[in-house]
Design a protein around this ligand. Structure first.
Ligand SMILES: [Zn+2]
Length: 263
């Protein structure tokens, strides 16, 4: 195992053994791979078969465990490699409910462990923001330190953070559940004010995490964490702009290796 003695990026303890930490959870790679040998990987404008997992020396083992506890919960409600998802039954969702004119449905989120999901979301986005290898895609500005304090259990989920959760409604049988992406930051404008959205897709759940003082009130009312009647949304993901972005990225990429040979 790769390890060195340094400062943990999360708890800031000095002279501790630092682990090779995953940015996207290890289990996500396993479920994306499914029964095939390897994963179609997109990095820096190239798509190819690859088994490479994005890891970096970041955290001490106590902090790895803090994150791991929440990751295990999120795994239990995410889609698995067979396309099964415990949340469908848990949230009493009928597959195909989002097949309406708006292409979206919603269910009450209260059966879910919202705090674990919020922690997991913030942890993936924060890890991507401090990762050297994955840098450039996520920019948190002053919120990087606020999220670090939250993840280190010094403060509660920040007031200026807002989370929307979209589950994949699998009625179209597209294997969108077998995708995991690194987070990306986009700047949205609403009523002449800017708000930053950091989002990623992991095993059939799309996480949209907003940070800032100008989050539109309609998003605040729907926030998975802060709202008293919190909801999760369901969509086939087919129509979501996130999928358009992924398709665009893949179609513009260079195909190499065995994938290019059609294997
Ligand atoms: Zn630590």
């Amino acid at each position: 195992m790769n390890a060195k003695i340094s400062t943990c990026k999360l708890c800031l303890l000095d002279n501790v053994e630092i682990r090779d930490s995953h940015i996207i959870p290890k289990w996500a790679y396993k479920e994306v791979r499914g029964d095939s040998k390897d994963i179609v990987n997109h990095t820096k404008g190239v798509v190819r078969y690859s088994d490479k997992q994005l890891k970096e020396l970041l955290l001490c083992s106590a902090c790895e465990q803090k994150i791991g506890r929440r990751e295990n919960y999120v795994k239990s409600i995410s889609f698995n490699k067979k396309g099964e998802c415990n949340a469908i039954k848990l949230l009493n969702f009928n597959i195909g409910q989002s097949n309406n004119s708006e292409q979206v449905a919603w269910t009450d989120a209260s059966p879910l462990d919202k705090q674990s999901i919020a922690y997991f979301t913030a942890s993936v986005i924060w890890r991507a923001s401090i990762s050297f290898k994955g840098k450039g895609q996520v920019s948190l500005g002053p919120y990087q330190e606020i999220l670090r304090s939250y993840l280190n259990e010094e403060i509660i989920f920040p007031k200026e953070a807002n989370l929307l959760i979209y589950f994949h409604d699998p009625y179209k049988e597209d294997p969108f559940y077998q995708i995991a992406t690194l987070p990306v930051t986009s700047k949205l404008s609403s009523k002449n004010r800017y708000v930053y959205c950091h989002q990623f897709l992991c095993l059939g759940i799309l996480y949209k995490f907003f940070l800032g003082k100008n989050i539109p009130s309609e998003f605040q009312e729907l926030c998975f964490v802060h709202s008293s009647n919190s909801l999760v949304f369901w969509t086939s993901l087919d129509q979501d702009p996130t999928m358009d972005g992924i398709r665009e990225t893949i179609s513009g990429a260079e195909v190499r290796g065995r994938l290019a040979q059609g294997k």
